[in-house]
Design a protein around this ligand. Structure first.
Ligand code: SAM
Length: 269
């Protein structure tokens, strides 16, 4: 593998360069709340100008917050479902496997073919860590999974906000049809932020937010009707965990309405 790789990506796929940079930058910060040395190495090997990514605090802080929200949920699932299968949809250059691998999980990272081609130049697949070059909206992607009789966790981070509502529904329909009983962790942007929030680095990448939903109950009802809603974790809860003085603010109804969240669902059996 060569030392430097050039990324020729556009639109939504380009946004994965922003998110891996945010995790690398946080790792190198004075008091990191998580560390991701693999992200640091990836960024150092990418021939890409990260100046705008480094200037967009809203985007970078959001990525740190969602990592701090999702990592404990995934680690908790691995701890309670030893030997499970994880499917990480729209993985980009995510290195959660490297951060959380428990030595037993079988982990699939799925993204569009161009992204997986770049990813494979930077990171090698392994026996328990494989990549799937496919659209998440293609009904055939579950064919790549070797054994779906085991417990399956599906992670969908940083994708739903770039889809249309019908596409979010299609993605959940695929999971319902092909992965019965799977647990799904999906990041959902609030409708208010989707409509009025601006992140300069995302706009610069040529991507825009097209889907938002303001509550977990509404999400289940509109795009995941066959699923059971287990619970949801607004990012404001993570803020309150790390900054207890802000906790009362995070409970205000308007702040809750603005918050991004991880919705936790169980696919029908
Ligand atoms: C903001 S990045 C998120 C990457 C990663 N989850 C993270 O948090 O670092 C969005 C990702 O969605 C991927 N993506 C967009 N449309 C997709 C589709 N139809 N199927 C699979 N991946 C898709 C892009 O290629 C890109 O890697």
């Amino acid at each position: 593998m060569s030392t430097h790789e050039t990324a020729h990506l556009t639109g939504v796929s380009k946004t994965m360069l922003l998110t891996v940079h945010a995790r690398a930058e946080h790792t190198l910060s004075d008091r990191p709340r998580f560390t991701d040395p693999a992200a640091v190495e990836l960024v150092s090997r990418l021939d890409y100008d990260f100046t705008i990514a480094g200037q967009d605090r809203l985007m970078a802080d959001g990525v740190v917050l969602r990592t701090l929200t999702l990592d404990p949920l995934v680690a908790g699932y691995l701890a309670t479902h030893p030997g499970c299968t994880v499917v990480n949809i729209a993985c980009g250059l995510d290195t959660r496997f490297q951060r959380l691998d428990d030595g037993h999980v079988t982990w699939y990272d799925l993204d569009l073919p161009d992204v997986i081609e770049l990813r494979r130049r930077l990171l090698e697949d392994g026996e328990r860590h494989r990549t799937i070059p496919a659209s998440a909206l293609d009904f055939a992607w579950p064919d790549h999974l070797e054994d779906v009789s085991r417990d399956v966790l599906v992670i969908i981070e940083g994708l739903s906000m770039y889809l249309e509502q019908e596409e979010v529904r299609t993605l959940l329909d695929i999971i319902a049809a092909r992965l019965p009983g799977a647990t799904v962790l999906i990041e959902v942007m609030s409708r208010l932020f989707q409509r009025y929030g601006r992140e300069r680095s995302v706009e610069d990448a040529g991507a825009r937010y097209t889907y938002g939903c303001s509550s977990a109950a509404e999400f289940r009802r509109t795009v995941a009707p066959g699923f059971t809603l287990l619970h949801d974790v607004p990012f404001t809860r993570t803020i309150a965990r790390y900054h207890p003085l802000l906790a009362p603010l995070t409970r205000l109804p308007l702040v809750d309405k603005l918050a991004e969240r991880i919705v936790v669902l169980r696919a029908p059996v």
